[in-house]
Structure formats: C-alpha cells, structure tokens
Design a protein. Structure first.
Length: 94
C-alpha cells in the first residue's frame, strides 16, 4: 500500500519515489495498510488529468488507528509505477 505524503520525512521509514500518472511523488510504503490514501491538498497540487473517479467517497468512513476521522473527498483508480512495475491502485483522497 502507498500513502502519499507532503513534506513529511521521518527517518527509518520506507520512502520511495513513485509515479502517479506520470508525476513523481515521494511515498511512504506501508505494508500494513489496507487502503491507499493521499492528502487532498497534495492531490490538487499534482494537477492530475484523466483520472477515473470511482466514487465521491460519501459512502466511505476512514479512521486512523487512534480513531481520528478523515473526511473523504473521493476515490480514484490511479496508474502507479514503482520500482519498474506499473499497476492500477485505488487511492482514497482525504
């Protein structure tokens, strides 16, 4: 699972540069996550075009491990390239 972050760099965590629809993004690889999320402001800054929006997110309720709720702005299928492999991944915008 990939969680895109914005200007947060904590040492000893597995970060990797990946491409989201051709835009380079530094991501935290979270192998224990059951969903992939991206911050809404960061998503907007990427100015990605031609994405397949699969949901407006109204039916989704996302909570952190501590119970903090995240407002969901949408859910998209994104083409992601990491370490030479390209795949489609559902990404929830929060």
């Amino acid at each position: 699972m990939l969680n895109a972050i914005n200007d947060i760099h904590i040492s000893k965590r597995p970060f990797v540069d990946v491409l989201f629809h051709g835009k380079e993004v530094n991501c935290l690889i979270d192998t224990g996550a059951c969903i992939s999320c991206m911050n809404a402001d960061y998503f907007d800054s990427l100015q990605l075009r031609g994405l397949n929006r699969i949901s407006d997110g109204k039916e989704l309720e996302i909570k952190s491990a501590t119970g903090h709720e995240f407002p969901v702005r949408g859910c998209y299928m994104m083409e992601i390239t990491a370490q030479g492999k390209t795949f489609l991944q559902k990404v929830i915008i929060v």
